[in-house]
Design a protein around this ligand. Structure first.
Ligand code: ACM
Length: 628
């Protein structure tokens, strides 16, 4: 008996001792070997570096570390127990952004060919540490780092997120916070949508009205697109812009975190804020045009076409427009060190062009048969301007219509077909289709989430492969998630829309396609939720809400329930009661009884409610059944 107890004790000890904690890193590294034991970080630990560049990363790490541990470890120019090493001889496999991280009971060594790689190694190291490392206040605890050997590098060189600061202005501090958040998940590009109908956000010293007038709109709140138009004489008080000093500061801040900022000036459409500042730039030269405050000024038709009721389009036949753009891009080219400038090109209404005698004359002179060719002419002129400033043109996939500019890179947003077409013509492509990458879309149950016209669940984001079949991968630079902010006023809401879908995209763009695994990803997402809670970053819990589908067969309606998170208990009622742990648990499709029935659904796990209560009344059920 005594022997038996000893044996059992030994087995349980061996199990506990030999147990390796599950690693919860997002994006999933390329190779991980885990072994037993861990490094314990104490106030006696040291941080070492081997070069000027690795010193910078070591400093960043110690700042983060000291904040939550209360230690005051200062990096040193010699071997430390946590070591940041820039490789003296480059390791080919790691490329420009990869790193190796080796931790054992005695030491942690991060090595890379570049500061970018060291920065990413540091991000992985932070994710190996307890979630309390995200705390901005001191936490007393044991700081363990599991023993691992990680070799990691990205699948794509372009891993982007687009932030729209025109529809709603975000302050310099908020943009920096957003940069910090995306850098942690190894995104390397912030596409900054700086101009649109609703605000011009970048100081152009040679064109002061762009920010004196174009950065401000009349105060309107509530659902964007349904607000009232500016009244004559009404003062524009809402908005803001970045001075050139702000821009330099943000660009540097991003660079320190391996993020290239891609500035976008959206032309020739989406230009109402520029036109409100300089009405002579559009065909109608209408001096009553104001910066749009979120009131409706367009009609969209089922066949995908649209009409602008107010002129928001630059005049492609006017040489003054190209002089204007030359001034804008001269200043922008100096401020942003990246190779590209994004010039928009999307949703450009051509109805004012076809009514304008100068545009018609230009079409005739150039033997153009359709107005799309005018846009192509415009973009080719813009490409020449950009080239003269040493920059490359990138634009939304409409730049393919009427003939693409010779060296243009295409951002494919209306699905992937534009990207495929561009790549087949030998143009570089960034894939950012609405179907997988639009972060402004609703992410769960439509009666729960803030209203918007389309939906994109986390699970769909996670299946995104930027390389379409039959396309030469060398033309696909990578992918990007787009956060349009018509309906997003605060940084907290921007975070809610970005996470967790940004984590799926981070993995789509960084990790080997073959390593993707939904069940495993969801576990890691839940751990990131815990870290975000400690850090005070918002995210959407929409994945915990039930997915409710209703089908109709003659007079009968059937309820189909599911959840994105595997293994949740889905509890429902069709009898008017509130659903809870005592309600029927969904296991197979349920026929909805006749009558004016309201369905209520909720999810539980381990006896605790996780998802929101979802209530669908008879009209909503009917509508959902018809839609399916
Ligand atoms: C876009 O979503 N209009 C590029």
């Amino acid at each position: 008996m005594k022997k038996m107890v000893l044996l059992l004790l030994f087995i349980s000890f061996a199990t506990v001792y030999g147990q390796k904690p599950a690693l919860q890193i997002i994006p999933q590294p390329v190779e991980i070997q885990q072994s037993e034991g861990s490094f314990v970080l104490t106030k006696a630990s040291t941080i070492g570096y081997n070069s000027q560049e690795s010193h910078k990363i070591a400093d960043m790490f110690s700042l983060r570390l000291n904040l939550s541990t209360g230690f005051s470890i200062k990096p040193q120019d010699k071997a430390g127990s946590i070591q940041f090493n820039l490789n003296k001889a480059p390791v080919t496999q790691l490329g420009n952004e990869g790193y190796s991280l080796v931790s054992s009971a005695n030491r942690v060594i991060i090595s890379a060919n570049t500061p970018a790689g060291l920065f990413y190694g540091m991000q992985t190291l932070l994710q190996l540490m307890p979630k309390e490392i995200e705390s901005k206040a001191v936490v007393k605890m044991t700081w363990t780092i599991p023993s691992v050997k990680i070799t990691d590098y990205p699948r794509f060189g372009w891993r982007g997120i687009m932030l729209d600061v025109s529809r709603n202005f975000f302050t310099k501090a908020e943009v920096k916070q957003y940069i910090d958040q995306i850098a942690r998940y190894k995104f390397n590009t912030l596409h900054w949508h700086l101009t649109d109908d609703n605000g011009w956000r970048i100081e152009i010293k040679s064109l002061p009205k762009l920010t004196e007038v174009g950065a401000w709109r009349v105060p309107r709140f509530g659902q964007f697109g349904s607000r009232t138009a500016p009244k004559p004489g009404e003062t524009a008080t809402v908005g803001g812009f970045y001075t050139q000093a702000d821009i330099r500061e943000i660009v540097q801040y991003a660079q320190d975190r391996n993020i290239t900022i891609l500035p976008e000036v959206d032309v020739p459409g989406h230009s109402m804020s520029a036109i409100a500042s300089y009405p002579e730039l559009c065909c109608t030269k209408d001096t009553s045009i104001k910066v749009n405050p979120g009131s409706s000024f367009s009609e969209w038709y089922d066949n995908g076409t649209f009409k602008m009721l107010i002129d928001n389009t630059l005049n492609p036949s006017d040489e003054n427009v190209y002089e204007f753009l030359d001034k804008v891009f001269t200043e922008i080219a100096v401020l942003f060190p990246g190779p590209y400038i994004h010039v928009g090109g999307d949703e450009c209404y051509k109805g004012f062009w076809t009514k304008d005698s100068a545009c018609v004359a230009l079409m005739k002179k150039m033997n153009m048969t359709k107005p799309e060719e005018l846009q192509a002419y415009f973009m080719k002129r813009v490409e020449t301007i950009l080239k003269s400033k040493g920059k490359k043109l990138i634009g939304w996939d409409e730049i393919l219509e009427g003939g693409i500019a010779p060296e243009a890179t295409v951002m494919s947003w209306r699905g992937i077909k534009g990207g495929i077409e561009a790549a087949k013509m030998g143009h570089d492509v960034v894939m950012t289709p609405t179907t997988f990458a639009y972060l402004d879309y609703q992410q769960g149950e439509q009666t729960i989430e803030p209203p918007i016209y389309s939906s994109l669940r986390l699970s769909k984001c996670y299946t995104f492969d930027p390389i379409p079949e039959g396309v030469d991968a060398k033309y696909i630079l990578g992918g990007q998630g787009n956060l349009w902010t018509e309906q997003i006023v605060t940084l907290h809401h921007a975070e809610y829309m970005t996470w967790p879908r940004g984590w799926a995209l981070a993995e789509d763009f960084w990790s080997p396609n073959a390593s993707k695994n939904w069940a495993n990803f969801i576990q890691r997402v839940e751990k990131q939720f815990d870290r975000a809670d400690v850090e005070g970053v918002n995210y959407s819990p929409a994945i915990y809400d039930a997915i409710i589908k209703v089908s109709e067969n003659g007079e009968k309606m059937t309820l189909n329930l599911d959840s994105e998170v595997p293994g949740l208990d889905i509890l429902y009622t069709v009898d008017g009661a509130m659903p809870n742990i005592y309600s029927p648990k969904y296991s197979k499709p349920v026929e909805i009884p006749d009558g004016p029935v309201t369905v209520r659904v909720v999810t539980y796990r381990d006896g605790k409610q996780l998802g929101h209560l979802i209530t669908l009344n008879p009209e909503q059920l009917k509508m959902r059944a018809t839609k399916n």
